[in-house]
Design a protein around this ligand. Sequence first.
Ligand SMILES: *Cc1c(COP(=O)(O)O)cnc(C)c1O
Length: 359
Amino acid sequence: MSYRLYIPGPITVSDDTFRAMTQGMIGHRSKDFVKLYESVQPGLQKIMATQDPVYLSTSSSWGVMEGAIRNIVGKKVLCCMNGAFSDKWLDVAKRCGKEAVGLKFDWGKPVCPDAVRKELSAGGFDAITLIHSETSTGTLSPLADIMQVVREFPEVISIVDTVSSFTTVPVLKDELGVDVMLSGSQKALALPPGLALLSVSERARQRAAAQTDRGYYFDFLEFQANHEKGMTPSTPAISLIYALQHKVAQILAEGIENRYARHLRLNEKVRAWGKARGFSLFPGEQFGTRGLNCFNNDREVSLEAVNQALKSRFNLVIDGGYGKLKGKTFRISNMGDETDATIDALIGALDTVFGELGA
Ligand SMILES: *Cc1c(COP(=O)(O)O)cnc(C)c1O
């Protein structure tokens, strides 16, 4: 069973990445592992534009999203909400027993910097969560403008999810003043699921040190102590780290700017296809993210029928809408290793299938 996945994660993993994963197993306390771990650091720091360490967590992104809450929130967290993932983060903060306030925007609207200022000005907050690219709605929030506001409140530690924006658009962590930046393996990195990346600033680590209920598995101080030895707190998904090593080298070889340009070009290509076929962008052109497009199902096509035909005849899968947007929107990923040729093939298949279904 093998499909090309154009859902916004997990996405298609290339054969060369799979091959990188099949290298022999090594002990996670061995010199070989230290070499592997340390080999990915400079590249990851370069890609994140940070001097801070980049920890490797054997978990999906939610592991470190929850972990960040437990490590960082002492008083009260402001959770910016504009889609399924960001909405959920408020719930997760509450389940961790934290005082949490939601700053709600309609799904498909970006997070508004002025609204963030107004809320933080009310006082009492020592953390904020923000999703840069809300994958459920394909919406990109203006991170630089928001971070400028957050920096007006020195006691507020920023936790930024870049899961579906990472390596598709620039995110200059240190320059923006992002304290905790996280991402996952199965989105634009085009690795299998199971690994999360987490870069934590010095001041965020200091905050973590003051929390008494950090737990163990996602404890930032454990990550740091092990990082200093070139290791992870517990046995990591070593195969995925091999894949990461391969991917980091590939990204640097392509050139990070070229990678952004490729994502933009392919994203525009799919966007133009949708527009030409009468499908508007759910978040509006201005706020559409660049690793995927979320279209309104303006022509009320049966997305189940579309996907059934795409899968059985072309071995392709797109997404038929997330959560309450199921059936009302559809999402097409252009993250990872896609090329003009693969996106052209996808568009050809979409045209055939949509055409036959009378759309
Ligand atoms: C996919 C995704 C997540 C959740 O990732 P898991 O790997 O399922 O934990 C979180 N945030 C965003 C923005 C995502 O796209």
